[in-house]
Design a protein around this ligand. Structure first.
Ligand SMILES: Nc1nc2c(ncn2[C@@H]2O[C@H](COP(=O)(O)OP(=O)(O)OP(=O)(O)O)[C@@H](O)[C@H]2O)c(=O)[nH]1
Ligand SMILES: [Mg+2]
Length: 365
């Protein structure tokens, strides 16, 4: 997971990103490629050709997938909590100390851990709780209260086309999430168009085009060239065709790569030229395995770009799902979706209570 090499310098790779050269002309450049299944011009039923990921997908309900996906976090967090509370006994300083350690090791972070401990102590006082057993329900409630403000599902009906720009570090899961989102919105009868805005690596364009072909989704791509121009072109195409949603891929980048952060700001400005109200959503994709580093990424991308929503991927491979609480406390942004696996069905809107329930409940059978 992750660890892919950083993209090349944007100056050499994006000669047309300069705003002085209007991207309109690039939109009609002969190098523009498009995979355009006729069916994409209207809302589509489920794709006729299943992807390998779909074939592999076990037949589980979402609640089961979520529980299964959160099993590592639950081992690290839920199970330890359950064993701490089920011992019973007095609520004392030792118990709070142990609880603090469990929360910190699950990447809940210092601020959110302090918040949760304070909330518990207040509850213990108010309700005169005396037994450790009673703390589990209180912690469950405190976590829900902390996470519920992040539960703000994306409303894509406000604009047409609704332009979603993906961003994040290398290997976070941006392109995979685009595939999952395209599927998710198609299943709701929305038409989708993809912009292969990761122009740094030819493989990234291919990844999206193969995906689009298999799933009957139009992909706007360009041989080499410039991310901003491809996305500009895609928005123009979506407007002309009455497409509901544009999902724009971008190359992975680290917040420390200042030239690349400047390049993505430029992409956003060019999107605004294609459609003044766009991008309607700047989605930062975070790999849950990065733990506390995810919080740093939220701050950096938000400062650079104005992030409007988050996707937390790879919760299935991670014991660090507690980072959601850290985000809630330090840089609260709506968590639009969470990913708990590689198959197309493994992405869903974030529901705080569902998430907290899955942390505490017994594993799916
Ligand atoms: N287990 C698991 N794997 C995931 C999930 N989401 C993405 N992946 C995997 O993570 C790897 C990287 O995903 P990509 O979508 O290519 O990541 P990216 O952010 O587009 O990467 P770059 O374009 O290189 O920056 C792939 O092997 C995906 O299958 C998830 O929710 N769970
Ligand atoms: Mg990618």
């Amino acid at each position: 997971m992750g660890g892919k090499p950083a993209p090349a310098e944007p100056d050499s790779a994006t000669p047309q990103a300069d705003e002085a050269a209007p991207p309109v002309s690039v939109a009609h450049a002969p190098s523009v490629t498009e995979v355009t299944p006729a069916a994409t011009l209207k809302p589509m039923p489920a794709a006729p050709t299943p992807t390998p990921a779909q074939d592999d997908a076990p037949k589980l309900s979402w609640a089961q997938r979520l529980k299964q996906g959160l099993s590592r976090t639950r081992e690290q967090f839920g199970k330890q909590l359950t064993s701490l509370f089920s011992r019973g006994g007095k609520i004392d300083a030792d118990l709070y100390d142990e609880l603090e350690t469990i929360l910190l090791t699950a990447d809940v972070g210092v601020d959110a851990t302090q918040y949760l401990l304070d909330a518990l102590q207040a509850r213990v006082k108010k309700d005169r709780l005396t037994d450790a057993h009673e703390l589990q329900a209180a912690l469950h409630q405190a976590l829900c209260t902390l996470l519920e403000p992040l539960e703000q599902p994306l409303d894509v009906s406000t604009h047409k086309p609704y332009v979603i720009m993906m961003t994040g570090v290398n290997g976070a899961g941006k392109t995979t999430t685009i595939g999952k989102l395209a599927k998710y919105y198609q299943s709701q009868g929305k038409s989708v168009l993809l912009a292969a805005g990761d122009t740094f690596r030819a493989a990234a364009r291919e990844q999206l085009m193969v995906w689009g072909e298999r799933n009957n989704v139009a992909v706007i791509a360009q041989d080499g060239g410039d991310s901003a121009a491809v996305i500009f072109d895609a928005i123009a195409a979506a407007k002309a065709r009455g497409i509901d949603i544009v999902l724009a891929d971008t190359a992975g980048r680290l917040p420390t790569q200042l030239n690349l952060m400047e390049e993505i700001r430029k992409v956003k400005r060019v999107i605004q030229k294609a459609e003044a109200s766009a991008p309607h959503e700047v989605l930062l994709v975070l790999d849950a395995n990065t733990g506390q580093n995810a919080v740093t990424q939220v701050k950096a991308f938000d400062d650079a770009l104005g992030v409007t929503g988050l996707v937390l991927t790879k919760l299935d491979g991670s014991a660090k799902g507690g980072v959601i609480a850290a985000i809630a406390k330090t840089r609260p942004h709506p968590i639009r979706f969470i990913g708990v696996g590689e198959s197309l069905a493994d992405l869903r809107p974030f529901i705080a209570r569902e998430f907290v329930d899955a942390l505490f409940e017994a594993p799916a059978t």
